[in-house]
Structures are given as structure tokens and as C-alpha cells.
Unconditional design. Structure first.
Ligand SMILES: Cc1cc2nc3c(=O)[nH]c(=O)nc-3n(C[C@H](O)[C@H](O)[C@H](O)COP(=O)(O)OP(=O)(O)OC[C@H]3O[C@@H](n4cnc5c(N)ncnc54)[C@H](O)[C@@H]3O)c2cc1C
Length: 265
């Protein structure tokens, strides 16, 4: 049924060699996006390189004022981690509300951000918390990572190794979930980190984006009421069977205010 070679390397270096040696290899993490894609024949890779046997891609640790999460760490592991709950509770809460238990037990942070689904939750955390994505080749700043719908700055044979989050002083994430999948129809991460305020929106447009006027208002007064006079233009927002662009624009402001409240503002 599927004509590919399956590989399970134990080091990143071996995974890179396998990618470089195959005509059209794909990385496999939790498989919750890739396997349905294969089933629908939307991808027909020559080789599947399973990352789950690679120890250096796993785990959660603190490094000074940063929280580092390995690429194959599952959403369930992030949600349950006492380290994440203490350092960035908004991130643990975000992971806890992804999909259902099966999705959370298989899906990984690396797979989620490499896929860059417009409705995925983690992109809002990467941008809102100003994280750094570490690959086998380089470090990529949050604002440079997501380049378009299902598109990222990752090159060929480039593997996400970990994501490093600076610990914020305040952070909150709230989404309006699709009632079937729990993907974000709109999700907003609001954070203050090192004196900088960020507001990142997922679900509303082809890719995650920031709201500079919301950020400016919250920098002066970190309170939900600071957003009262602002609105979000609907012109570039998604419109589909779940929500019109106008409704999404309305939801962005409502979710942003709730995220500020969740962050203690
Ligand atoms: C029913 C359902 C409900 C869901 N609900 C939500 C939701 O509410 N919120 C949400 O955010 N997500 C949701 N998801 C998505 C899910 O959480 C996973 O994050 C997502 O499927 C991708 O992660 P994965 O580990 O399964 O990646 P895979 O499917 O294994 O891989 C996805 C892509 O990323 C690439 N990749 C994987 N790991 C790496 C790496 N380390 N470096 C470079 N490239 C890599 C793969 O080659 C592939 O192209 C849902 C999925 C399903 C099936």
C-alpha cells in the first residue's frame, strides 16, 4: 500500500544522513498530520525517518532564565510538566487544550511548528513568547520562523532539535476552539517578557501574526480595558464554513482581552 523505507535512527546526525541520502525523505514525529497526509496520498515519500528513537530530541529543562523543550516532546508531556507549569503556566495550559488525549499523547511540539497549520496553537506561543527554534544547523528567531500557510524557514535536511522560551513575567493564552477538533478558530497569546509586550494570533489568518497596536496599548497599560477602543480589520482574515472573516476579527479582540485577564492583567 505504501512504498517507502522506514528508518529509526538514534542520533540527529544519522537522521540527517538518511534525509540527505534519500530521494524524497520525510521526517516522522507524532504522525498526527503526516500519517493522514500519506493516507490521502497527498505525500508519497521514498523514506520515512522516525525521530522518536533519538534521545537528544526529547525532554524539558530549564537553562537559566529560559525553558527548553525538545522537539519530540509531546503535548501531554508539556501539559503535565511541573517545570513548564512553574516557568510558563500559559504554555502548559495551551498544550493541555490541544485536540484530545490521543492527539496530545502523540503530537509533538516540533511536528506542530514544522507543519505550521494555520489553526495550530503552538505558533502563537512561539511568536507571543518570542522563542528561539534550534535546528541541527542554526538558531531561528520566532519572527523569522513562520513564513506562510504550512510554510516555515526550515530548509532541506534541517531538523528542529528544540525550542527555547524566555520566561515571561506575564503570559496568557486563550482560544475559541473548533468544537470537533479543538484546533483554534482563533487563539491569542499575550505576553510580557523582558519589558517587551507581544500579542500573537493564530487561527485567524493563513499564518500566525502579531498585532502591533494591541501590543502598544498593553505596553502602556497591561489591562483588558486597554484594548477597548481597538478593532481588528477583517480584510486579510480567513473565511470558511467555521467562521467568517468578520466573526474572526471580532473573536481576536475577545480572545485577546481574555488572554490579558488570564495573564493577570
Ligand atoms: C484530530 C486532531 C486534532 C488536533 N487538534 C489540534 C489542536 O487543537 N491544536 C493544535 O495545535 N494541533 C492540533 N492537532 C495537530 C497535532 O497536535 C500535532 O501537533 C500535529 O499533528 C503535528 O505534530 P506531529 O508530532 O504529529 O507531527 P508529524 O505528523 O509527525 O509531522 C508533521 C510535519 O512536521 C515534520 N516534522 C516533524 N518533526 C519535525 C522536526 N523535529 N523537525 C523538522 N520537521 C519535523 C514532518 O516531516 C511533517 O512534515 C490535531 C490533530 C488531529 C489529528
Amino acid at each position: 500500500m505504501y512504498a517507502f523505507e522506514y528508518h529509526r535512527p538514534t542520533t540527529v546526525a544519522d537522521a540527517v544522513s538518511l534525509l540527505q541520502g534519500a530521494s524524497e525523505a520525510k521526517l516522522l514525529a507524532g504522525g498526527h498530520t503526516l500519517i493522514p497526509t500519506l493516507k490521502q496520498r497527498l505525500a508519497q515519500p521514498s523514506d520515512l525517518v522516525d525521530l522518536r528513537g533519538i534521545g537528544e530530541l526529547k525532554g524539558i529543562r530549564e537553562e537559566g532564565d529560559r525553558l527548553v523543550i525538545g522537539a519530540t516532546t509531546t503535548h501531554a508531556e508539556v501539559a503535565a510538566s511541573e517545570v513548564v507549569k512553574r516557568a510558563i503556566p500559559a504554555l502548559a495550559s495551551l498544550a493541555e487544550h490541544i485536540g484530545d488525549a490521543q492527539v496530545r499523547n502523540c503530537g509533538t511540539i516540533g511536528g506542530s511548528i514544522a507543519n505550521n497549520d494555520p489553526a495550530a496553537d503552538y505558533p502563537a506561543a512561539i511568536i507571543g513568547l518570542n522563542a528561539t527554534v534550534k535546528t541541527n544547523q542554526r538558531e531561528i528567531a520566532a519572527d523569522d520562523f513562520f513564513t506562510g500557510m504550512f510554510e516555515t524557514a526550515l530548509g532541506d535536511a534541517e531538523i528542529i532539535v528544540s525550542v527555547s522560551f524566555p520566561k515571561p513575567t506575564k503570559a496568557g493564552y486563550v482560544k475559541f476552539p473548533n468544537p470537533a477538533s479543538r484546533y483554534a478558530i482563533v487563539g491569542v497569546m499575550v505576553a510580557q517578557t523582558g519589558g517587551q509586550t507581544r500579542v500573537a494570533v493564530t487561527g485567524a489568518a493563513p499564518s500566525v501574526f502579531r498585532l502591533p497596536d494591541f501590543e502598544q496599548a498593553l505596553a502602556g497599560n497591561f489591562a483588558a480595558s486597554a484594548l477597548d477602543g481597538l478593532s481588528v480589520p477583517s480584510a486579510d482574515l480567513n473565511s470558511d464554513i467555521h467562521a467568517s472573516a468578520e466573526y474572526r476579527a471580532h473573536l481576536v479582540k475577545v480572545m485577546a482581552k481574555r488572554a490579558v485577564a488570564a495573564a493577570g492583567g
